[in-house]
Design a protein around this ligand. Structure first.
Ligand code: AP5
Length: 189
């Protein structure tokens, strides 16, 4: 039976890096997943509608614009058959507080079997954001990052209650990327 997995983590935690490694490993084992970036689906629409010029501007848009982009992305992703891995956010830090990445109508469209949180220590996340000159990253404090990761666990629990999905945490620590890749591949195989 096909698996629908939603994978999340605060920006810069390295979820895209872990996903790329795990999906390559799974392909070697003959297991295929469609690798879907929820942010890219949102960005295509936002760009076409002239709302933003880069993906880091999306979290600064008015709440209703972000919600409309979420709804359109969810509808397109829900139509994809087979094993699907959706790379997204449990919550997005906006100027007016956290926006749920998967509000009820998005969850109902996607109905995941598995919800994965990629986490690591806050000082490591800060270091990765500082080292990433290709993006416009928020420079949060240690405390703000801890609060965001903790809020995301609460969201994961709420999503599990709503959909019946299981929740797994993958630790992506410095120098231990291979272990994170193995852990995610084991969850998805
Ligand atoms: P998205 O496309 O998900 O971008 P992001 O959050 O910035 O995530 P990235 O994929 O760029 O970063 P990452 O954490 O995966 O880290 P990476 O692998 O690059 O979202 C873009 C936007 O879309 C959001 O801001 C939001 O506006 C919107 N959006 C998306 N979903 C939404 C939703 N559901 N609702 C509303 N809006 C939504 O790695 C970072 C660095 O760390 C790299 O340099 C890497 O080499 C390094 N690294 C990784 N692992 C390790 C390790 N183990 N040790 C050392 N270094 C490591």
């Amino acid at each position: 039976m096909a698996t629908k997995c939603i994978i999340t983590g605060v920006p810069g935690v390295g979820k895209t890096t872990v996903i790329t490694g795990a999906l390559a490993k799974l392909e070697e084992m003959g297991v295929h997943y469609a690798n879907i970036s929820f942010g890219s689906f949102m960005f295509e629409t936002a760009l076409a509608e002239g709302l933003v010029q880069n993906r880091d501007e999306m979290r600064l848009l008015a709440k209703n614009d972000q919600k409309e982009l979420q709804r359109k992305a969810a509808g397109r992703i829900a139509a994809i058959d087979g094993n699907v891995l959706v790379d997204t956010h449990a919550s997005v830090k906006t100027p007016r507080g956290y926006l749920a990445g998967l509000p009820e109508w998005v969850l109902e469209a996607l109905m995941p079997d598995l919800f994965v949180l990629v986490e690591t220590d806050e000082d490591q996340i800060l270091g990765r954001r500082l080292g990433d000159s290709s993006r416009v990253r928020d420079m949060d404090s240690y405390r703000a990052l801890a609060s965001h990761q903790s809020f995301n666990r609460a969201i994961a629990a709420a999503n599990a209650m709503k959909t019946g999905c299981t929740v797994a945490i993958v630790l992506n620590a410095d120098h231990l990327l291979d272990r994170a890749i193995d852990d995610l591949a084991a969850l998805l195989k």
